[in-house]
Design a protein around this ligand. Structure first.
Ligand SMILES: NC(=O)c1ccc[n+]([C@@H]2O[C@H](COP(=O)([O-])OP(=O)(O)OC[C@H]3O[C@@H](n4cnc5c(N)ncnc54)[C@H](O)[C@@H]3O)[C@@H](O)[C@H]2O)c1
Length: 328
């Protein structure tokens, strides 16, 4: 039995708790959260115990940790968990500062522990089916990637203030998708942004709408467009233009029912937000983590992938601030 400590009993922590508990041969032993009621409530649901971080990391029977606490806690918990010899699953982003994220790579390498970052989009059934068909050569050489990534509505400004900005908080996923799909690295990046949704986001020093262009070392092109608001739901699509055709990953809808009448054609809006859209991806990534741990295999979304995506987010932030293309 693999015993696990979960850090963070918030939105994503609750999802991961359920997925950890559902793994065969895995037991959720501890829930750690600075909010005692949140930890107690989630622990009780899975017959786990609420404890503090030190107690969880000190227990030598705990083989793995899942870090789903606020972003500013990730680097410290990764370092401490690695030193304690635990396998680590950590939510994105690794940290908001590149130096701290790179220090995590060193700590994990030194401790020789498994570390996976929660880039769940690589586990989404539609996105991974597209990637398999791309890899099988169905559209020849991939030349251009267009990613559309729009949230249904903006988070509270309090969240924006500690998020590290839209490029590190939101586009970090898109930067990972870009690297994963094209299997190429960015040579240059040009990011523009505007505050079109909520002026309070601008007052907090951030933007809520972005358009990013990337040219890869291999000469491929990528465009990423994002918004903190899409009135019709969570818009998560991408398309790859190849030398022999096009592959498109469309939105998921709650049902496939289409109503057609004299008034027009009507179908469901996309699934509401990430908890719905990526429900199965969160379950698959957790299974992948425990399979990798038991079978001693590498993970699909490594700590290094987390650092690479952060490098792109940092370059995009600089490009937007300075109004010029940045070479990596
Ligand atoms: N992969 C994804 O799709 C995805 C989606 C949402 C959030 N996230 C990431 O997950 C993390 C959490 O996001 P969320 O939306 O669940 O936030 P949240 O605010 O709902 O939950 C965070 C929890 O962490 C707790 N916490 C804060 N400091 C702590 C500490 N030192 N030790 C233990 N617990 C602590 C808070 O009390 C809170 O309960 C963030 O890093 C975020 O970027 C990833």
């Amino acid at each position: 039995m693999i015993e696990v400590a979960l850090f963070g009993a918030g939105r994503i922590g609750k999802i991961h708790a359920g997925n950890v508990a559902a793994q065969p041969g895995v037991k959720l032993k501890y829930v750690v959260d600075v909010s005692a009621p949140a930890a107690a409530e989630l622990a009780q649901r899975y017959a786990a115990r609420p404890v503090d971080a030190e107690a969880a990391l000190k227990d030598s029977a705990v083989a793995a940790v899942v870090i789903a606490s606020s972003t500013d806690t990730h680097a410290d918990l990764i370092t401490r968990a690695a030193a304690a010899g635990k396998a680590i699953f950590c939510e994105k982003p690794v940290d908001l500062a590149l130096e701290r994220a790179r220090a995590c790579v060193e700590a994990v390498a030194k401790a020789r522990v498994l570390c996976m970052i929660g880039f769940q989009r690589r586990f989404d059934p539609t996105f991974s089916a597209l990637k398999q068909r791309l890899d099988a050569g169905e559209i020849g050489n991939p030349e251009m990637l267009i990613i559309t990534s729009r949230d249904p509505g903006p988070p509270p400004v309090g969240y924006i203030k500690v998020s590290g900005g839209i490029f590190k908080d939101m586009l970090i996923h898109d930067f990972d998708v870009f690297r994963w799909v094209l299997e190429d690295e960015a040579h240059s990046i040009f990011a523009t942004g505007s505050c079109l949704v909520d002026p309070a986001i601008g007052e907090a020093g951030d933007v809520d709408s972005t358009a990013v262009s990337i040219r890869t070392r291999g000469g491929r092109l990528c465009q990423i467009n994002t918004s903190r608001r899409a009135s019709y739901g969570y818009d998560q699509r991408f398309e790859v233009l190849g030398s022999k055709g096009l592959l498109q990953a469309r939105n998921h809808t709650p049902t496939q029912v289409v109503a057609q009448s004299a008034a027009g054609v009507c179908e469901d809006k996309p699934e509401h937000f990430f908890l719905e859209r990526y429900r199965s991806a969160y379950a698959s990534e957790m299974s992948h983590f425990f399979d990798a741990l038991t079978e001693r295999k590498p993970v699909r979304t490594s700590l290094e992938d987390g650092v690479k995506a952060l490098e792109l987010a940092e370059a995009a932030t600089r490009s937007w601030r300075e109004g010029r293309a940045v070479t990596l």
